[in-house]
Design a protein around this ligand. Structure first.
Ligand SMILES: O=C(O)C[C@@H](O)[C@H](O)C(=O)CO
Length: 265
């Protein structure tokens, strides 16, 4: 359920999670670190892509579009939204790094139909969720209110000592009006980077019940079940979530054992 980054290959890839490697149907997630001047090109005929410039500056090309000088965050912990672009299935794209670039490539099954578009950082909605040590900061990069076939992409900062995705929630059954079925990846970063955090992934029947120690750059895969996260004192946690499933809607159900926490708040 946890995948650690490997040394960069010739393309700069440090993580490559495909539906086959994850043993699921929808979500793909790849992390690439580009050197200044290095390009990376891609095209996926059956899958749509959301390119997210997590840090650094790059030109993004998609089909006939070119968006120059996008991004600019020094790190994922800088308090500003990332640059991102939506690329429909079957459209060629290229990211050309103007500096060292951390690029997340988020994919899900899709069709060619929507136009490629730059996702304006200024238009990404922000949310502060929870109270006290449950407070966390959310940026909606590609939410269900914005067009795509199946992809949902969001990033979250959990301050040290806080919890997020908490109280534990899940989205693994398609029950109209109550819950949707979405696979999910968590790409974790820590500040400072020697820190660690914990994520538990568990189902009601405990057929999955894992407590996972995560370090900087790890990915946790959530095929189903609840998936709360805790960040220890002193270490802020960033994660990027990619979700997709049969229906493009984020409708979750809290663990009934812990739902009292939000009802009390
Ligand atoms: O609210 C949070 O703490 C973030 C989570 O909702 C996270 O994006 C997730 O678990 C999505 O299913």
């Amino acid at each position: 359920m946890r995948v650690r980054p490997h040394a960069p290959d010739a393309t700069g890839c440090v993580l490559d999670i495909t539906p086959d490697s994850a043993g699921w149907q929808h979500v793909g997630f790849k992390m690439v670190v580009l050197a200044p001047g290095q390009p990376l090109a891609g095209r996926d005929d059956g899958r749509e892509t959301c390119l997210v410039i997590l840090s650094g500056v790059a030109d993004i090309v998609a089909g006939t579009h070119r968006w120059t000088g996008q991004g600019g965050r020094a790190s994922v912990f800088e308090d500003r939204p990332p640059a991102a672009a939506y690329v429909p299935a079957g459209t060629a794209w290229c990211v050309e790094a103007g500096s060292r670039v951390e690029l997340a490539i988020c994919t899900a099954p899709g069709e060619d139909g929507l136009p490629p578009r730059l996702i304006d950082p200024a238009a990404m909605s922000r949310e502060v969720r929870g109270q006290g040590t449950n407070q966390r900061f959310v940026r909606n990069i590609l939410p269900e209110t914005e067009p795509a076939c199946g992809l949902l992409v969001v990033e979250v900062i959990t301050p040290g000592g806080h919890w997020s995705s908490y109280p534990p929630h899940k989205h693994d059954r398609d029950t109209p009006g109550e819950e949707t079925m979405l696979e999910e990846t968590y790409y974790h970063r820590l500040d400072p980077p020697q820190g660690f955090a914990f994520q538990r992934v568990y189902t009601d029947d405990r057929s999955i019940d894992e407590a996972i120690a995560v370090e900087d750059g790890d990915v946790v895969m959530v095929p189903r079940g609840y998936h709360p996260v805790g960040a220890p004192h002193g270490y802020d946690l960033y994660y990027l979530n990619v979700m997709a499933g049969p229906r493009r809607q984020w409708m979750f159900r809290n663990d009934p054992a812990h739902d009292w926490i939000v009802r009390r708040a």
